[in-house]
Design a protein around this ligand. Structure first.
Ligand code: APR
Length: 168
């Protein structure tokens, strides 16, 4: 698919305009990719996050990237998987709203981790389908805007899940 590529590895290494953080609603850091991003960005990131007053599930907020190679961090809060109908909508909104916020900030390259697929327990195949749906819909809704999207998988296994979803 045009505009979408895949990278297997650590999102904090990517020199893109913005990397997306799978945060929690406090925006005050945590484990997983959130912990990795804060460690790599340094204390300036947490200081800026303190002033953001948290973030609701499905919403997105932007900060500078500090010591990261990326210029910005877009923080979004995925659903804690429960099997409720709203899980899919919330996850879809994380991707769609992060892309819209990126466009508002003249971002033209953005990398996503597997939002909610770690601590928040979202099944990886279902999450991949929802992520691809949100991304492709956003791209067609914003066809005049140049946006390069990287989907970051933290393992080959996660990458294979995406490839199997695309293959179908
Ligand atoms: N680079 C890319 N992907 C990563 C990295 C990394 N450095 N570290 C972890 N991941 C992957 C995980 O393998 C998983 O597929 O990111 C995905 C999201 O997992 P989590 O980081 O656990 O995020 P999530 O499931 O959304 O849970 C969010 O965890 O860390 C806390 O503060 C965070 O409370 C929030 C919750």
């Amino acid at each position: 698919m045009k505009n979408i590529e895949f990278y297997v590895g650590d999102i904090t290494k990517l020199k893109v305009d913005a990397i997306v953080n799978a945060a929690n609603s406090s925006l005050l850091g945590g484990g997983g990719v959130d912990g990795a991003i804060h460690r790599a960005a340094g204390p300036g990131l947490l200081n800026e996050c303190r002033g953001l007053n948290g973030c609701r599930t499905g919403e997105a907020k932007i900060t500078k990237g500090y010591n990261l190679p990326a210029k910005y961090v877009i923080h979004t809060v995925g659903p804690i998987y429960s099997g409720a109908e709203s899980d899919e909508t919330d996850l879809y909104n994380c991707y769609y709203n992060s892309l819209s916020l990126a466009k508002e900030n003249d971002v033209h390259s953005i990398a996503f981790p597997g939002i909610s697929t770690g601590v928040y327990g979202y099944p990886k195949e279902a999450a991949a389908k929802t992520a691809l749906g949100a991304i492709t819909t956003w791209l067609s809704d914003n066809s005049g805007y140049d946006m390069q999207i990287t989907i970051v998988n933290f393992s080959e296994h996660d990458y294979e899940i995406y490839q199997s979803v695309i293959g179908r």
